[in-house]
Design a binder for this molecule. Sequence first.
Ligand code: SPD
Length: 397
Amino acid sequence: MKKQLWIVNLILLLALGLSACGGAAAPEQQAPAESQQAAAPAEGGDQPAQAESGDAAAPKEGLAAELSVYNWADYIDEEILKNYEKEHGVKIVYDTFASNEDLLAKLQAGATGYDVIFPSDYMVAQMIELGLLAEIDHNNIPNLKNMDPFFLNAPYDPDNKHCVPYQWGTTGIAYSTKTFDTPPDSWSYLFDPEQAKKWAEAGGINVLNDQRELLGAALKYLGYSLNSKDEKQLEEAKNVIVAVKPYIKTFNSEDYDDSLLIPGEVVISQAWSGDGFKAVLETTDEATGESEWDYIIPKEGAMVWQDNGCVTATSQKKATAEHFLNYLLDAEVGAAITNYTYYASPNEAAKQYITKEVLEDPRIYPPEETLAKLEWAEQLGETIFVYDRLWTEIKSQ
Ligand code: SPD
């Protein structure tokens, strides 16, 4: 009996080891079927392969042994993943992407190994249209009740048939308070060539490596909608970016804390609210309360967005994916996400656990007058091909 168990465990270890290798590094591989959970050893002794980020025990009944999650960079505290692994015995294979378009390209290239993904609003609509998302079973996600109704039933996913809200935020400008005497309250600080030259010489400019975001900001600078489908306006926006490209030090959406803002690699950057606010908090002098960084919404207006947890159409582990999404929507878990990322939470029940400094900061939860200046990105239909072409032109000049 002991020998038989040993052989079963060895086979399991090998199988899990192989699927772990295939999870993040080679997501093109088909994910193992959800029914593999049945093979997890129920007795003590050897357990399935340990999770990379925690100690996944045998998966709880009805759950798969492993789940592949694909999210934006720096968008969850790893402790939350470890806790899920420990509590539910599901190993999380975690991988990150830099933009909605990168995520889409990956799925369209045939990657079928991802179970849970986190597209933004307009991309959810596009992915539904392309048949890339599964319909979710709300019975498996009772924590949807915790959500602020404002973030449910969005036009891009009526009745939340495919996705659940994850985090929301804005796209503005992060800036070094040592460099700027007055806050850079206009996109002209990035897009007017004379200004851009000045800030490039003062220490450097970063912009988001993201076509909807950068073209959207240039459109706003020109006084247009960031959802413009007008080819002349779009061409104009491209020319604005190309004109300042020599002054842009980096196109980077992923390394704010490590190498961009906090170490002072640049002095001004187009930035997402949470990343900007992280730089504010982490460089605040406790004695004076002053910070080396600040974050502002330009007066011409900016993007407001909502990211969403969705299950891929190719996932073989839909029930486990829904179980994981439900975990993320728990009030305390939702608060832990925001207390780490500094993005606003759509989770009403989480608010009691979110730190005051985040909940009461207008840079994270903007007041009405700021919200009035913000615009949601919408799905653009065929015009995305124009955006693709312009983005290629910008990047290749
Ligand atoms: N560091 C995590 C950033 C998540 C940003 N997602 C929003 C994109 C909106 N276009």
